[in-house]
Ligand binder design. Structure first.
Ligand SMILES: *Cc1c(COP(=O)(O)O)cnc(C)c1O
Length: 360
């Protein structure tokens, strides 16, 4: 067996120990005689898996009791519609901060469900920075203020918690959830697809303050009504059982590694390694404002873009894959989520150093 170093932006690399555990549980989970995939979602075995996963989420993220935790289907793109369907009924409008392609998409989807006001935008800066808090302007009565905590495509991360006053703050945390500790009490709602930092695709985490429930627009499909899902403990429809089980294994792994402060130190060390190298290079460059650089998605460009294909094929020959940037951004992108080891990032840095020397 020869596993590659996978810099994919998502679905992304998982801890090898998690994959081994899943392989050994495949035919018979803990003496149940069943694969997790074959279990009734209401049976005792899966009930235990779900409650363990929920407790780990609550413990690792220190989620207060006045927040509900939902594990749903649909992914973050579905949440772009589900969030306004559930919350826009509060006042009929919402404010959006546009810091890149993901938050732009969120904003465009929300326009179908009510009045949308752009609170701030980095479009004029080609989405190479996070709009500073002092540039955010709120409308008179928004139901919530939405932002994306990490723009996966541009490699722009919000390293501070925005202040929306009394208005609920809503965050798409798909690509930096559990990469560092956060103060959940500062948010009204957090959503994240699992496939970057905390599991496989197919399960979406929604953390919602309970007082925001109960305002869904009448058109909201039942399966996407947060109140109904809370009342049914994420089981109004069949939850993505196998993805939840893998998420549980990933969370156990994070806990064993020392929790979210350990993840933060680990992620900072990896990002520093690449950005330090990029800043000293004559050959590669990063375009993001220094204070807004993502610790999850390191985007970079070759000065001579005619060497892009050679760069990718040489990396591939050394077992490093998925370094091509998103088609919107071009260039390169190394996604270095929780599960990416420091040694793999060192290997990439060494490869880039050698590639630069070869073409100097
Ligand atoms: C990956 C990603 C999405 C899209 O998630 P889907 O699972 O395709 O719905 C949305 N927002 C952010 C920030 C992402 O990184």
């Amino acid at each position: 067996m020869n596993r590659v170093i996978n810099f994919s932006s998502g679905p992304a690399t998982l801890p090898e120990s998690v994959l081994r555990q899943a392989a050994s549980d495949m035919l018979d989970w803990q003496g149940s005689g069943m694969s997790v995939m074959e279990m009734s979602h209401r049976g005792p075995e899966f009930t235990e898996i779900l409650s363990t996963t929920q407790s780990l989420l609550r413990e690792l993220l220190a989620i207060p009791d006045n927040y509900a935790v939902l594990l749903l289907q649909g992914g973050a793109i579905a949440e772009n519609a589900i969030v306004p369907m559930n919350l826009m009924g509060l006042t009929g409008s919402a404010d959006y901060v546009v810091s890149g392609n993901w938050s732009l998409k969120s904003m465009q989807e929300a326009m179908r469900y009510g009045q949308v006001h752009i609170a701030a935008s980095a479009e004029a800066h080609a989405y190479h920075c996070m709009p500073a808090q002092e540039t955010w302007t709120y409308s008179a009565k928004p139901s919530y203020v939405h932002f994306c905590s990490n723009e996966t495509i541009g490699g722009v991360e919000c390293h501070w918690t925005p202040d929306a006053g009394d208005v609920p703050l809503v965050a798409d945390m798909s690509s930096n959830i559990m990469s560092k500790p956060i103060d959940v009490s500062r948010y009204g709602l957090i959503y994240a697809g699992a496939q970057k930092n905390i599991g496989p695709s197919g399960v979406t985490l929604v953390i919602v303050r309970r007082d925001l429930l109960g305002h869904a627009l009448p058109i909201t499909p039942s399966a996407f009504n947060y109140q109904l899902q809370v009342d049914n403990e994420s089981m109004y429809n069949t939850p993505p059982t196998y993805a939840i089980y893998i998420m549980g294994l990933v969370l156990t792994h994070i806990q064993r590694e020392g929790g979210l402060s350990a993840m933060q130190a680990h992620n900072q060390a990896k990002a520093d390694l690449l950005y330090d190298f990029l800043d000293h290079s004559q050959f590669f460059s990063n375009r993001v404002r220094v204070c807004d650089r993502s610790r999850m998605n390191v985007t970079f460009y070759l000065r001579d873009e005619s060497l892009n294909a050679e760069f990718l094929s040489s990396a591939q020959a050394q077992g490093m894959v998925q370094l091509r940037g998103h088609r919107i951004a071009g260039g390169m992108r190394a996604s270095i989520y929780n599960a990416m080891p420091l040694s793999a990032v060192q290997k990439l840095r060494d490869f880039m150093f050698a590639f630069e020397k070869l073409h100097a």
